[in-house]
Write a protein that binds this ligand. Structure first.
Ligand code: SIN
Length: 292
């Protein structure tokens, strides 16, 4: 790294309802002083939203939430996404049960990604709540896509600025039988045809106006107007750049922890390092806008 990485995480100032404690220089803050099962005032919600904009991913501890209360919290930020490819939690189409049974080989989310960028309007954020955690491992890592963009050279930023990339769900739907044989969270039956959509490689965040690098490993297939082979070297370079440790943070889960990540300016990665133990999370995903 030629230049020092700027620290995103500013000292929290001006929060009146919440205690905000950054966990890393790159992104992430733990918020205390709030019970998410209650009907929070607009002022508190505005501060939570502000913390999400300031820190890209926010964490809460010791929350006791029913599925309906988790959905109610998500609904304060927008309409809820029903995952087009994964089976939902029974009776709750808006909740994705991210589970790995003790005897399962693989988990879901074990690559650096933003959720569902194969959709024309990908989610604005995801709210993941821990119901059962292994005695060790199962942490989630997050990466800051603003920093990834800002730490590119002027020349690279200029080159990428007019480019679009093709995003696709082929990675999930074309290997569904194989994926279902080793994972506990199952893909829906009969979704086999991959769909493609175009997104800008450099995305402007609608709330902050900041630019971020908007490609990811499982869903970005190639650059517009280029073949996969032509795209691969540049894609590989950019994907390796995004996962530099200096752009990341890591969260250790406990039962009752919740993470809310801004899906427009972060990647996440779910570690699969707890073989023989069960992990169960509930994810509520908030719909977003078409990237520009
Ligand atoms: C995901 O939503 O990609 C899963 C994250 C996790 O299980 O930590």
């Amino acid at each position: 790294m030629l230049q020092p990485v700027p620290t995103l995480s500013k000292t929290p100032e001006g929060y009146r309802h919440l205690d905000v404690a950054p966990i890393c220089g790159a992104l992430g803050a733990e918020l205390t002083g709030v019970d998410l099962s209650t009907d929070l005032s607009d002022d508190v919600m505005a501060e939570i939203h502000r913390a999400l904009n300031d820190y890209c991913v926010i964490f809460f501890r010791d929350q006791e939430l029913t599925p309906d209360q988790q959905k109610a919290f998500g609904l304060r930020f927008g309409t809820l996404n029903i995952h087009p490819i994964y089976e939902p939690l029974e009776g709750h189409p808006e909740i994705l049960q991210v589970v790995k049974e003790a005897d399962a080989m693989n988990n879901i989310g074990d690559s650096w990604h933003s959720d569902a960028t194969f959709l024309p309007e990908p989610p604005m954020g995801s709210i993941l709540y821990a119901r059962e955690v292994p005695p060790f491992g199962g942490d989630t890592l997050f990466a800051n896509l603003y920093l990834a963009y800002e730490m590119l050279t002027d020349g690279m930023r200029r080159m990428l600025s007019g480019m679009n990339a093709v995003h696709s769900d082929a990675f999930l739907v074309q290997a569904s039988a194989e994926r279902n044989s080793t994972r506990s969270t199952k893909l829906k039956d009969g979704v086999h045809e991959a769909k493609e959509t175009l997104h800008p490689v450099i995305r402007t965040h609608p709330d902050t106006g900041r630019k971020c690098l908007y490609i990811n490993e499982p869903f970005t297939d190639r650059f517009e107007g280029m073949s996969r082979e032509e795209s691969k070297p540049l894609l590989d370079y950019l994907l390796a750049h995004i996962k530099k440790p200096e752009f990341t943070c890591r969260f250790r889960w406990q039962v009752g922890s919740m993470a809310f990540w801004d899906n427009r300016c972060t990647h996440h990665y779910a570690l699969n390092d707890y073989h023989g133990h069960r992990r169960e999370m509930h994810r509520v995903t908030v719909n977003g806008d078409r990237p520009y």
